[in-house]
Write a protein of this length. Sequence first.
Length: 148
Amino acid sequence: MKIGIGNDHAGVELKNEIVAHLQERGCEVVNFGTDTHDRCNYPEYGEKVGRAVASKEVDLGILICGTGVGISLAANKVEGIRAVVCSEPYSAKLSKEHNNTNVLALGARVVGSEMAKMIVDEWLDAEFMGGRHQTRVDMIMAIEKKRG
């Protein structure tokens, strides 16, 4: 599995820990984020990862900023992206099973590295259930087509 990861200055340390964790899982990781603590703008990285996922350059995306909120909002502006910010594993799992999320966002100032790894594992290990959930995902995607 090929995963794109992006982050702003607040997420450098957590990104490095998540990258190592993903590599231990056997994932290939593409770094779209910053590697410095110099102040930067999270929308840039949310968009980069979103576009990489939407174009199928990578299979899934993981984003990290201070709270995970801003960077997930940026990614969600890219057509085809269903990004979710999670602070615990259960929501991450259900977001994949029910909403077929393709980008996970984490808040480096919200969750510690061990919790973040648990969230990532639950999200990666979950599978979209389809069925009635596909109808709902299709409805979400239809909204996206109408916006202008």
